[in-house]
Design a protein around this ligand. Sequence first.
Ligand SMILES: *Cc1c(COP(=O)(O)O)cnc(C)c1O
Length: 487
Amino acid sequence: MTEPTVYELSAAGRCGLALPEIAVPKTNLPEALLRRDNGLPELAQRDVVRHFLKLSQHNFGVDSGFYPLGSCTMKYNPKVCEDAARLDGFAASHPLQPPETVQGNLALMFELQESLKEIGGFAGVSLQPAAGAQGELTALLMMRAWHADRGETQRRQVLIPDSAHGTNPASATMAGLDALEIPSDTRGNIDLEALRAACDETVVALMLTNPNTLGLFEEGIEAAIDLVHGCGGLVYGDGANMNALTGIARPGDFGIDLMHYNLHKTFGTPHGGGGPGAGPLGASAALADYLPGPIIARCGEGAADDGTCRPVMPAKSIGRMGTYFGNFGMLVRAYAYIRLHGTEGLRQNAIHAVLNANYLRVQLADRYPVPYDRRNMHEFVCEGRPDGSEVRAIDVSKRLMDYGFHPPTNYFPLIVAEALMIEPTETESRETLDAFADAMRRIADEAIGDPDLLRAAPHTTPVGRLDEVRAAKQLILCDPAAPDTED
Ligand SMILES: *Cc1c(COP(=O)(O)O)cnc(C)c1O
């Protein structure tokens, strides 16, 4: 079912455009600048449009269907946020413009910082990090600097639960620190006894995701934080799962010292495919001075505050984490999203995200075993091996594509065998959830009656099952049908 390439569609002499008569004298380009061997395809404009439109329709996105990719919060992004980001005053401004000419942009960033402080319960926010993973690295560098200021350079251990996202240990390693894994207990919480045993004067921080990546609220969160603070360590919150908490609980109030937000998950800016994101970092009062800058401050205070803003570096800032002001377009989208929803709207989002995820878990638990079967938050993890069958999670996922759904996250977290992590988000209707549950149940029947149907899936997509290992090891980045050129 592969589409013909533009090279296969090409016909000699066909042309896609008509240029107007030239009104200036003709001269020939130097022969050295001309390439005659590049074999460009020759097509009519209609063929080009149809070709690329067809290709675009092979993409699957939140705007084309249900996308329950756990831990990613693939929710519908209101188009008004896109409209806001495209306004000339935002899109056409330049990061090197003098502050007095971009006061609107600075005010927007200032207000976004204020909103994120309020939502997470933090004393300071920096909008610098470009993604969640970079927020993690930033926080670890800040924590290292904080400990160094106390003369505690012997602290090298970063404690990370075994349910954590892979970026957590990767960030610890990038920060030059050592990651130490802490097991989970039988209820899916961090094991407090194991944590207690690991808490000593070598600990930089605990990195904790709450709700954790099993979609479960950490029932011992306060005890865990007390243990780590008790040995002089700090606590990092991985805020990727804030969609379950907005307007309901504030990580800063739990005692979290630093936390990133994924604007591209929780706050309505689109993501996927490695596109631009934003991972602002919230900090407690003790750590706010170490935040990367520039952050945006009001010029005056109290009666002298005329509302003008300026970029400043925090007193003990670890410096910059990127150029200029971060991914500004993402900040505009998040600002628009937060203002659009308001406090009550954000609260309702969290409530409905949690409700939808519990609704699906209850519908599926009798066919797909749920290892930690208690009330979940905005997502849940089940085994993608329907009871009584031998298929694997990947087979169920590939078959879901035939039913028109994007698969859930596979094989994460690592502590659940054949894991499927399902996050429906608040923006899906009950009808969509029912249709998905129905497809999952049908697939469970097929897994028992005709497992090879699943093993050969997907059957309806433009490309079939990929050899993912080979795809990663033997990257082919250009169109193999394109004629070879010398350079
Ligand atoms: C997505 C995610 C991250 C990383 O965020 P990026 O913005 O993709 O770098 C970290 N932790 C968890 C739990 C996540 O889901």
